[in-house]
Design a protein around this ligand. Structure first.
Ligand SMILES: [Zn+2]
Length: 168
C-alpha cells in the first residue's frame, strides 16, 4: 500500500506528501534529511577545496607549468607512475583539478535548484572560479613575456659577442 502512517495522529497519508493532511505533523524522516545535508556539506567542502587548488596553481608560472606538465607526463604510463610515486599526492594535474571543479560545480548546481542558500553558494564558487581563470590568463601572458624577453636577451648577447669579435 502506498501510504505512510503519521507518527503523531496515526492517520494514513499518501507517500508523496511531506506533512500529515490531518494534523500537519512532518512525515519526512529526520535521519534522511540529516544524511542529505551531510552529503551536501561534503559536496560544498569538496568544491571549495578543488577551486582552492586551482587558485593555488594559477598565480605562479612555476606551479601552473608543473600542473600542466603532470598532464603530459601522466599520459605516458611509465613516467606517469614514476612521477606520481616520487611527487606523491602533492603533484596535481591541471586537467584533473579542472575536471573536479566542474564535477562539483555541476553537482551543486543541480542540488541548488530548490535551495536559495545553496544557489548563493554556487554563485560565490563560480565567481571564485572566474577570477582564478582570469588570473591564469594573466600568468600565461607573463610567461609569454618572459620567454620573449629571454629570446631577445639571447639575440642581443650574440650580437654583442659578434660585434666584440669583429673589433679584434
Ligand atoms: Zn497526523
Amino acid at each position: 500500500m502506498n501510504v505512510s502512517e503519521c507518527d503523531s495522529c496515526g492517520a494514513e497519508n499518501e507517500l508523496l506528501v511531506s506533512s500529515c493532511a490531518y494534523c500537519g505533523n512532518s512525515l519526512i524522516d529526520d535521519a534522511y534529511v540529516e544524511k542529505e545535508s551531510d552529503e551536501l556539506e561534503e559536496l560544498v567542502q569538496q568544491c571549495s577545496s578543488w577551486i582552492g587548488k586551482y587558485e593555488g596553481i594559477v598565480s605562479s608560472i612555476g606551479s601552473l607549468n608543473n600542473a600542466k606538465q603532470m598532464d603530459s607526463v601522466s599520459a605516458t604510463p611509465i613516467f606517469g607512475a614514476m612521477i606520481s610515486s616520487s611527487f606523491g599526492s602533492k603533484a596535481m594535474s591541471y586537467s584533473e583539478i579542472l575536471s573536479k571543479v566542474h564535477h562539483y560545480l555541476d553537482l551543486l548546481e543541480i542540488k541548488s535548484s530548490n535551495s536559495s542558500v545553496l544557489r548563493e553558494k554556487v554563485a560565490q564558487f563560480k565567481k571564485r572560479y572566474d577570477r582564478a581563470q582570469l588570473k591564469e590568463k594573466e600568468t600565461h601572458k607573463k610567461k609569454v613575456r618572459l620567454i620573449v624577453g629571454l629570446v631577445l636577451a639571447t639575440i642581443l648577447f650574440i650580437a654583442f659577442c659578434l660585434f666584440m669579435a669583429s673589433l679584434e
